[in-house]
Design a protein around this ligand. Structure first.
Ligand code: AMP
Length: 456
């Protein structure tokens, strides 16, 4: 439970960073104006109270969101999230937490600060948004509040990123009755201002420059912000935004009175210094970027019929360049069936799935590493943990249900600068999944018929 809440009566509304003297250089004229309390005129009070607002709830029950428990994966169900949020997650078709979500959410949902080393594509946006939305839902504002007083602030370096984050936030707030506003340059000020004034604003996503415009014009106040996110902090530093960001942080309640999450693709000394000033006893999470879908991996999709798949697979094994290969299927039972068929066809192979004991898995991996076996059949969950150099080929015997899994699978090859080949056998039942994968990769996949020699 987050104890640092405005409405629990513990928070001193006036205790901004600057007033607490937590930050240096906090005495410029412009800044003291920003931090001054609002005049009644510029800060419209609205007599409506949050509790009067009816949540837009559809008849939906979390039992409709059926995700089986899986070894090594955290489900959103395991996090005790409110139904409004679960419903939105269900609509987004997320099933299991991504690695950063699994690592960070159990802490941030308790109200702890966090610093995360993670890049785009890891699911970090949903990680911090879920934390914020769950907290705002758990602690509705019962007292009077003002327009232009966001409860959560997310700062990001570019307008594109702000728009993307705001879109994600709106999707996750679909049933939460929380108002998200995006503030960024290049769009007319008054339009964004209108959005701010049309109703209470709960979550503001902003670029530093435009946010400062709003603060300077006294159209926005940050002294009741309960949650702060600094996204892509290293880019903000590189782009020269730090003076503005510092100014923004000075207008916020002090670290003890807000939850702060800071994300950066790198943890340079500068970033760590800022993190130590702006967070309070944070958990620190690092997600190493997957070296995937890079130039070092050649990706081919063979369009085959379901009947042809196994023949093509065996013929691939016979190619001299296929020296060490991992084959992925989508389910444990498919993995087992394929393993049995491959063994029956006379190839020595290993099986890695959640059903196999850890001891046996370790032995199989050791045999694969040493070259005793050169074919491994794996499920996604277990396959992700394989970090072995010189895997010549990845074969997707089935197209994965989740595009992310495709990226993780092919990332088993082409590691550490080596080149690798990822071959996908896409049959008539699965080809429809290719566009989603292409979207994630940001480029088209080469889809061809297999060469004659593979069909013999
Ligand atoms: P991000 O790293 O925040 O840019 O997220 C990358 C993509 O992953 C976005 O398209 C998200 O919608 C998606 N995403 C985030 N969390 C999950 C999840 N748990 N399962 C599936 N997709 C996710």
């Amino acid at each position: 439970m987050n104890t640092r809440k405005l409405h629990d009566g513990k928070k001193d509304k006036n205790a901004t960073e600057a007033e607490q003297g937590d930050q240096p250089n906090s005495n410029s004229g412009a800044e003291s104006k920003l931090e001054s309390k609002p005049s009644g005129r510029s800060r419209q009070k609205n007599s409506r109270r949050r509790s009067n607002r009816k949540p837009t709830k559809e008849a939906w029950d979390v039992s409709q969101f059926d995700v089986p428990a899986l070894d090594g994966k955290l489900r959103f169900h395991d996090l005790n999230l409110r139904d409004e949020l679960m419903h939105a997650i269900y609509d987004l078709e997320y099933q299991y937490c991504s690695p950063i979500q699994a690592k960070i959410l159990p802490h941030t949902l308790k109200g702890l600060d966090a610093i995360g080393k993670a890049q785009t594509g890891t699911g970090k946006t949903a990680a911090y948004l879920i934390t914020i939305i769950e907290d705002l839902l758990r602690h509705p504002i019962e007292e009077e509040r003002y327009h232009g007083d966001p409860r959560a602030l997310i700062i990001a370096p570019t307008r594109e990123l702000v728009m993307q984050i705001a879109e994600d936030a709106k999707a996750l707030c679909k049933y939460a009755n929380l108002h998200v506003v995006a503030l960024f340059g290049g769009m007319e000020y008054h339009k964004q201002h209108k959005q701010m004034q049309s109703q209470f604003v709960d979550i503001v996503v902003a670029t530093p420059g435009r946010l400062i415009d709003f603060m300077t014009r006294k159209d926005l106040y940050l002294d009741v912000v309960e949650a702060l996110v600094l996204d892509e902090a290293d880019r903000m530093l590189d782009m020269g935004f730090m003076p503005q960001v510092k100014r923004i942080v000075r207008a916020l309640p002090t670290t003890e009175f807000r939850q702060t999450q800071l994300f950066s693709a790198t943890f340079t000394q500068d970033i760590l210094n800022l993190a130590s000033r702006w967070t309070h006893d944070p958990v620190s999470i690092e997600i190493e970027p997957e070296q995937v879908a890079t130039d070092t991996i050649q990706q081919i999709v063979y369009m085959v019929s379901n009947e042809e798949k196994f023949k093509v697979l065996l013929n691939l094994f016979r190619q001299p360049e296929v020296t060490r290969v991992i084959i992925f299927t989508n389910r444990r039972d498919q993995t087992q069936t394929l393993y049995d068929k491959i063994r029956k066809a006379g190839f020595n192979a290993g099986l890695l799935s959640g059903e196999i004991s850890q001891q046996k898995r370790t032995r199989t991996l050791a045999d694969f590493k040493s070259g005793k076996i050169s074919i491994l059949i794996a499920t996604d969950v277990v396959g992700r943990g394989i970090h072995i150099a010189d895997i010549s080929h990845i074969i997707n015997y089935n197209l994965p249900d989740e595009p992310d899994d495709y990226v993780h699978r092919i990332g088993r090859t082409g590691r550490a600068g080596a080149t690798g080949i990822a071959i996908t056998l896409a049959c008539e039942f699965e080809s429809f999944q290719i566009p989603a994968i292409e979207k994630l990769l940001g480029h088209k996949l080469k889809c061809v018929l297999p060469p004659e020699e593979l069909l013999k």
